[in-house]
Design a protein around this ligand. Sequence first.
Ligand SMILES: [Mg+2]
Length: 303
Amino acid sequence: MSRIRAVVTDLDNTLYPWVDYIVPCLEAMVDSLTATTGLPRIRIVQSLKEVYTRYESNEYPFAIQESDIFKPYERDFDSFNRLVVEPAAGAFKAARARWLHPYPGVTETLEWIRAQGLKLVALSDAPRNAALLRLKTMKLDRLFDALYTLPGYELPTNVDARIRRREEAGHYRSGTPVHELPREAEKPSPIGLRRILDDLDLRGPEVVYVGDNVKKDMPVARACGAVGVWAEYGTYISMEYRERLAVISARSVTARHVADEGHERWPLCISSFTQVKDVVQGARWSAPRPTQAKRARGRGKVT
Ligand SMILES: [Mg+2]
C-alpha cells in the first residue's frame, strides 16, 4: 500500500454544513429587501433566483444590483446602496457569522494533517471568490497548501466604491495560493484532481480524497486512483431545510452543492471528518464476513 502524502478535500457539506448556512443567510437578505423596498417577497425571490442561475452561484454578492426589479432604484446609486443594498448585505453577513462554522473536529483534524507533514489541498466547485470567502470567514484558509476552484466572478460596474477599493487592495485575497480551474473541470470531471496531482507531483494512491457527494466526488477519486472517502454526514439534510432551500436557491446551484438522497453508497465512508485521521493511518473498508447460512448456500448446501 502506498504511503499517504496528501489529503485533498471538498469544501461544502464536507468541512462545514453549507445548507445550514446558506438558507438562513438568503432568508435574512430577502427579509431585509422586503422591509426596505416594500416589494412582494415572491417578486424579490424570483428576481434573485434569475441572477443566481445566471452566475451559477447564490453567493453572488451583487445579485441585488443586477436584479431587474431593483433597476428603477439604481437611478441614484448612492441612496439605493445606503437604503437597500447595505442593510441586505448586513443581514446576510450577520446570519453568516451566526451559522457558518466547520463541523465538529474539522479544524483540529486539518491541523493534525499538516502536523503529519502531509500536503493539504481543497478542491471545490464553488466560484473562487465564494469558496475563498467562506474559508477566510472560518479562518481555515491558512491551513491549506492550495485551493482549487471554478472561475470567480468580476465586480460589476455599479459597485460601492469601498468594495472596489478593498478588492484592489487585495482584501478579498488570501495568503494561500488559489487556482481557478476551467469550467469543464466541474466534478465529476477528474480534471481538478489530475491537475493537483501534477502540480504537487503526487500519484493517485498517495492521496486521500474526501467529499460528500457520491455521484460527483467519488468518481473523481476513482478516476485518479486516489483513496476515496465518502463524507456521508454531509448528506444528512432535513426535509424542512431542503424545502426552504428550494424556495430561495436556484435549482442548478442547489444541484452543484447538495447531494441527492439517492441509493448510491460508497463503501469507505465516515460519519465525522475526524475519521480522516484513521484513513490516513491505514484504516480501510473491508467487506463484512458472510454469515454461516450464506457460506453454506455458497457451497451449495441448503439448510
Ligand atoms: Mg460538497
